[in-house]
Design a protein around this ligand. Sequence first.
Ligand code: C5P
Length: 223
Amino acid sequence: TRSAVIVVAAGSGTRLAAGAPKAFVPLAGRTILQHALDGVFAAEPAQVVLVVPAGREAEATEAADGRPVQVVAGGDTRQRSVAAGLAVLADGIDTVLVHDAARALAPAAQFGAVADAVAPGVGAIPALPVVDTLKRVHAGVVIAPVDRAELAAAQTPQGFPRAELEAAYAQAVQRGAEHTDDAALFAAAGGAVHHVPGSEEAFKITTPHDLERARMILAATEP
Ligand code: C5P
């Protein structure tokens, strides 16, 4: 199989409040995007597509440090940003992995594990067990407990057969449906989705606290 990774990095980073789009926020001397690309390239995909905010294309190309990337401008939702990446996939790519740049420390092995679990009609996502006790709530009132044994926390990269993912995207556009991840979009089109073990390091950098956690991990693991 020939895999491509679409790295979506076109979010605004509002919750991070770091004064720049999230992917371009500094992290241990480099940017979140540069760290994310290390994991992506270590997995040796046949093509890497980077989806960034319009106007940031040149900066994104530089962030690749000479490694081959195709850079495109994203859309106003994550789903539209992924669609922009799908539009520039090379001929011969048969498996697509969609990855959030915000999961900057996702290990390279996670890309391989996801790609290996993709099969005809079957997508794959990394997921972790939920550790918190969860409640269904409404207007300040706890309505019901939720059995966490039935739940898993989804991460990226999420992998799919290319043609089937493209068809699922076309269907979502036609229906005007907006999904928060590709697994939900793929399932809405009738696809099966399997999960493989995720990893703690693949957490999504969303808040200032998450950025601090990433800094501490890098400080502990880099010479
Ligand atoms: O907003 P959230 O943290 O869920 O975003 C997940 C990923 O999707 C991030 O890497 C972000 O850059 C990307 N994204 C995007 N285009 C958008 C919104 C989010 O590429 N319009």
